[in-house]
Design a binder for this molecule. Sequence first.
Ligand code: PEP
Length: 253
Amino acid sequence: MRKTIIAGNWKMNLSSAAAIELATAIRNGIPGSISPQTEVLLCAPALFLESLAASVAGNSKISIASQNAAAWKEGAYTGEISAFQLASSGIKTTLLGHSERRSLFGETDEVLKTKVDLALEAGIRPVFCCGEPKEVREAGTHEDLVGSQIQNALFHLNAENFSKLVIAYEPVWAIGTGLTASAQQAQDMHAFIRNLIADKYGKELADGISILYGGSMKASNASELLSMPDVDGGLIGGASLVADEFLKIVECA
Ligand code: PEP
């Protein structure tokens, strides 16, 4: 049975002290009744990863993840942090290919292919983000684009490695805009992604992959989105910065 993952993406927000306060409040607020299949992730600024991991230690339902990893293993890449360095700090998961990384930092499918390979080699689980901008949705070619993002960056993997991935579908027009994909739009895209994976790797493997929805998910819309059969969790930006709001989403899982 695949996992439900509720992941907060804090982006470049919070001071060190505020980050520890928020992580501690979330850690302590996770309901004891949470399903064993549910996992909470906090994707935090790199600088705080180790101290945050210490703050949430002792609660196996929650862990700290990176928002990015370098496209190189090691060397003269000033300011970058490699997947191997993340692993050496005890980090087990990283976002890769968030739309802000694609649009602001020029990450292409080709770069992401390398990043995915390096993360897996380091023993880090990638949460691979994909999604279409507004004009692509309006043109009706969103499945073509998301399909190509997945095929180009991930379909070189063997089945064993592919089964370690988490996918996050995040329509760019819904990220940080207050606009949310309808539950049906999310379900349709998630089912499309799962079918694509099934065609390449088989139904059993596809059924085990968690596909998260991201894009203005909040307490008021989480339960409808999460009730969709192919929506296996959320990647949450703004609403993950307020403990009570984020915990309400966790309760919907
Ligand atoms: C995100 O950053 O991945 C995201 C979905 O942000 P928001 O929830 O604020 O739309």
